[in-house]
Design a binder for this molecule. Structure first.
Ligand code: ZN
Length: 324
């Protein structure tokens, strides 16, 4: 297996008035990538400009950031052609590596928009080097700029930043450094869910050091998702026994949902659900479950009570309003 360390540059609308804005908010204008073996040898380079078709001028922020002019992009090839060459260059046995979680999503959105053959019809496992860097050197949560990582690891800055190829090259350097230090860091795999799981069998359940992640298939409605047993119930991920619900699923903001359940043997588990929308307006669920102490439990109970109070107030307010 090879690592394909990839970086994309994209452009967006200056005016927000183009009819394509909703379907293609970010048009890819450059793909850069490094091919690296599992022995950390860089064995290939990919570096291509893409001729823009949707946004004909450069976004004012993009142009400052990435030092690319429209005249240069005119020399690029159409997205379809670059993608075909890129797929061939990637080969059959590889894993994508990116700095941050966005590139694979935008790549797949461009693939769909331009009618190119999809990379996959389900989730794609990849390594988010920015996340791995945070786990290896920072607080596991913060998201640092690539240049920050390069400085911290004292990697030589021999080419300029903020072009697809150079950023892929620096990401490869950071990845190599992390793998030398700890080969098992690759267990922190991420999943791009531009195409969520299709069936129950395709659903993803993966255990990390201190939490479990579950990605459901797509449902037509939120209600349907929340009536699925695997979504709302689940089992203790240590002993696989059924759990007792202590705090039922609730949401403080309509976006994230929380619950507390209890395993007789292993204690309290906090569940967190994020509802996500697919590009065709279905919903799927990303759920994380982790063991928590009583202090954390009390915090969740407080959060629930606060959400209840707000709801009551809102209802009262609506009733008063309707009465007028
Ligand atoms: Zn248990």
């Amino acid at each position: 297996m090879n690592y394909i360390i990839m970086d994309l540059e994209w452009n967006q609308s200056n005016t927000g008035k183009e009819p394509e804005v909703a379907k293609l908010p970010f048009e890819i204008i450059e793909i850069g990538a490094i091919k690296m073996t599992e022995n950390l040898e860089m064995v290939g380079e990919f570096n291509e400009l893409i001729k823009p078709r949707v946004y004909s001028e450069m976004h004012h922020i993009t142009s400052k950031l990435i030092h690319l002019k429209m005249q240069e992009l005119e020399r690029g090839n159409p997205f379809e052609e670059v993608m075909k060459a890129f797929r061939e260059w990637c080969g059959d046995d590889y894993m994508f590596v990116t700095w941050g979680p966005l590139d694979l999503t935008e790549l797949q959105r461009n693939i769909e928009f331009f009618g190119v053959e999809p990379l996959s019809d389900g989730p794609i496992g990849f390594l988010d080097a920015q996340k791995l860097f945070s786990i290896a050197y920072e607080d596991q949560k913060s998201r640092k700029a690539l240049e920050y990582a390069i400085d911290l690891l004292k990697i030589e800055k021999d080419i300029p930043f903020h072009r697809a190829f150079s950023d892929a090259y620096y990401t490869a350097k950071v990845l190599a450094r992390m793998l030398v230090m700890d080969r098992t860091v690759v267990r922190y795999i991420s999943f791009d869910t531009y195409h969520p799981p299709k069936t129950r069998e395709d659903e993803i359940k993966i255990q990390f050091d201190n939490y479990e992640k579950f990605i459901s298939r797509a449902f037509d409605t939120k209600e349907e998702a929340f009536s699925d047993n695997e979504v709302v119930a689940g089992k203790c991920y240590f002993c696989h026994k059924n759990l007792k619900k202590k705090v039922k699923w609730f949401t403080p903001n309509g976006k994230n949902y929380y619950s507390i359940s209890y395993c007789d043997k292993h204690g309290y588990l906090k569940g967190k659900i994020r509802l996500r929308k697919t590009s065709d307006d279905k919903v799927y669920v990303v759920k994380t479950t982790k063991f928590v102490n009583e202090e954390e439990v009390a915090k969740i109970v407080q959060k629930r009570d606060h959400a209840r109070e707000l709801k009551k107030k809102n209802q009262l307010h609506m009733r008063e309003k309707n009465a007028k």
